[in-house]
Design a binder for this molecule. Structure first.
Ligand code: ADP
Length: 609
């Protein structure tokens, strides 16, 4: 069987995604590789397909125990002999897995790093081992965003199997993290397969946070009946936002570490099984979630870094269909992150520097009036547009869609100078609200007392409105021209040296204006699900197939996306195949699935007109 045949027969796909073929060929030739592909890029196939070729055992090291069982179930759906060994496994399943391993039947084995380090699992199988795949490989790097000490010890075990090829996989790795992975896992002259980090099916939006609940509801309402995740910073925020959505009739659950385990499990299972549409959660939620048809991810607070953002927002649209990622930004979130990171004493100078860089970068991402696909791609060291002859506009972010507009350079400079002079005149003795009121010409008692209502800057930006002025202050903080300092009870706003320089016309600044929320609440309609030129899916039939999928999945106790992805249902609802042969032509319908589900879906399609 060739790799193409395996792809067709086992998975029902007719071509490889970018770099999959190269990764598979390297593995089959016994060569080490580093595979960096964005979420949804198809990393699992890079090691699952070699396992399906019958050459020996493929071992997968993954820190996500919660995901392993789903991965095993998915691999078995493709007809592989797959098992997982981890601490949550029931004893029966464990002994079955060991038995298959001893008999040399296992083709694909998932292990947690802790389990691998114990070392007992592999004694009998060592001779058959052809490939060790290390998933989420960025965890090995200090420079990454999820360092795990046990990953550093993997090399000890890997070195015991010199004949097995090594494959390190991750979705997010800047060039220094890539180098660190190669060094820490001892990859030997690895083939570096670095995919483009862009996710073209995701529409990115970043807006200043004004009215958190209303802004979140706005996004949720654009996706009726669809799956989505809302991330919030604190448990209190989570509960408040979830209650707000429930009050508006949204099928929604809260998830955070302070809730009882069974409540958390109910939220997670309900979401994965599609009986709950929206989960409002702290970032504790999501690591183990592989639901492929998440249609939106909202960050109600600013995440800790661009890496975190890429990973958390990346949970949207794994099936390749359009999805939306919205970030609600406030500069105060960055101060909060800094405060938490420094809470237990200081950080070593290099960690402190890394922290400041991370906060600055995510702030820039959130407020720069530049294409967000470009900002993300460039952060990960990749050029944008993806293809050299590509168009400048991505048509899939608030800036390119005209929802956030950049001010022309002269106007930006003039506006910035007005804001900076107000902060300067306030002498760093007041908070943001005071400076906002000064610029808006709202005299408060304190202001009169200090004679600030007679300053030239008083009321200088009255026409712009509070939303825009606050957003400009945030934008100037992110660009290093203003800073907030915590002295006493309230954070004070202060001009920096760079800000003073700009007032002397030294340096450059960019400012944007977000469209007022009222102008954005459009389109309750479902986003397009198909590429231009393909037949439109029959929406009613799609809903019917989705219900059938849920019924079949519930009966087997597996998540619906393991039966078929939304993309396969969309294709069925458009092409309306009438025979098993025609159904086989739909992407994602392999032999096993055809046998198992084909008749039921054909019947639904036949009755669907
Ligand atoms: P990642 O781990 O990189 O986030 P996955 O391995 O979960 O991505 O794959 C994402 C989705 O893409 C899965 O639904 C998978 O079945 C699908 N997929 C993988 N390879 C192909 C391919 N060659 N053609 C079509 N779909 C694919």
């Amino acid at each position: 069987m060739t790799a193409e045949e395996a792809l067709r027969r086992r998975w029902g796909y007719d071509s490889f995604r970018p770099l999959q073929r190269e990764a598979i060929d390297a593995a089959l030739a016994g060569r080490d590789s580093l595979v960096v592909l964005p979420t949804g890029g198809g990393k699992s196939l890079c090691y699952q397909l070699p396992a399906a070729m019958g050459k020996g055992l493929v071992l997968v090291v993954s820190p996500l125990i919660a995901l392993m069982d789903d991965q095993v179930a998915a691999a078995r759906e493709a007809g592989l002999v797959a098992d997982a060994l981890h601490s949550n496994l029931e004893t029966d399943h464990k002994s079955d897995a060991y038995r298959r391993l001893e008999r040399g039947e296992t083709e694909l084995l998932y292990l947690s790093p802790e389990r691998l380090l114990i070392g007992d699992a592999l004694e009998d199988a060592a001779g058959r081992l052809v490939l060790v795949a290390v998933d989420e490989a960025h965890c090995v790097s200090h420079w990454g965003h999820e360092f795990r000490p046990e990953y550093r010890r993997l090399i000890e075990v890997l070195d015991r199997f010199p004949n097995a090829a090594r494959m390190a996989l991750t979705a997010t790795a800047t060039p220094p993290v890539q180098d660190d992975i190669v060094a820490q896992l001892g990859l030997r002259d690895p083939l570096r397969l670095i995919g483009h980090p862009d996710r073209p099916n995701l529409a990115y939006r970043a807006f200043p946070r004004r009215d958190q609940s209303a802004q979140v509801l706005d996004v949720v309402r654009r996706h009726p009946g669809e799956g989505g995740i809302v991330y919030a910073q604190t448990r209190k925020d989570v509960e408040r936002l979830a209650a707000g959505l429930q009050a508006h009739g949204v099928s929604c659950a809260a998830y955070h570490a302070g809730l009882p385990a069974d409540e958390r499990r109910r939220a997670q299972d309900g979401f994965v099984r599609e009986s709950i549409d929206v989960v409002v959660a702290t970032i504790a939620f999501g690591m183990g979630i592989d639901r492929s048809n998440v249609r939106f991810v909202v960050h109600a607070n600013t995440p800790k870094s661009v890496e975190h953002y890429q990973q958390e927002s990346g949970r949207a649209g794994r099936d390749g269909l359009p999805a939306e990622c919205v970030l609600l930004f406030a500069a105060s979130d960055l101060a909060l992150h800094r405060g938490l990171a420094l809470k237990d004493g200081g950080l070593a100078p290099d960690r402190r520097q890394a922290l400041e860089r991370q906060l600055r970068d995510i702030g820039r991402y959130a407020v720069s009036p530049l294409c967000r696909h470009r900002l993300l791609a460039e952060h990960f060291g990749a050029p944008y547009p993806v293809a050299p002859q590509g168009t400048e506009s991505c048509d899939a972010c608030d800036v390119c869609l005209g929802e956030t507009k950049g001010l022309p350079p002269e106007e930006a400079l003039l506006t910035a100078k007005k804001v900076l002079s107000a902060a300067w005149r306030a002498e760093g003795r007041f908070g943001t609200g005071y400076v906002v009121n000064l610029l808006l010409g709202k005299a408060e008692e304190r202001m009169r007392r200090h004679g600030h209502d007679t300053l030239k800057v008083f009321g200088l930006l009255k026409e712009a409105g509070e939303g825009a002025v606050r957003s400009w202050i945030d934008q100037l903080v992110v660009q290093g021209m203003l800073e907030t300092v915590e002295i006493g009870e309230y954070p004070l706003l202060r001009i920096t040296e760079a800000g003073k320089a700009l007032c002397r016309d030294e340096g450059a600044v960019r400012l944007g204006v977000p469209a007022p929320p009222a102008a954005r609440g459009k389109k309750a309609k479902r986003p397009a699900r198909v590429a231009a030129g393909s037949p439109e899916p029959d929406e009613a039939l799609f809903d019917k197939l989705r219900a059938l999928r849920k019924q079949l999945a519930d009966r087997q106790g597996v998540p619906p996306y393991l039966v078929f992805h939304d993309s396969a249902l969309v294709e069925m609802a458009a092409a309306k195949p009438r025979t098993l042969d025609a159904l086989r032509g739909v992407k994602g319908v392999g032999e096993k699935k055809l046998e198992r589900y084909g008749a039921a879906f054909l019947a639904a399609i036949a009755g669907g007109d």
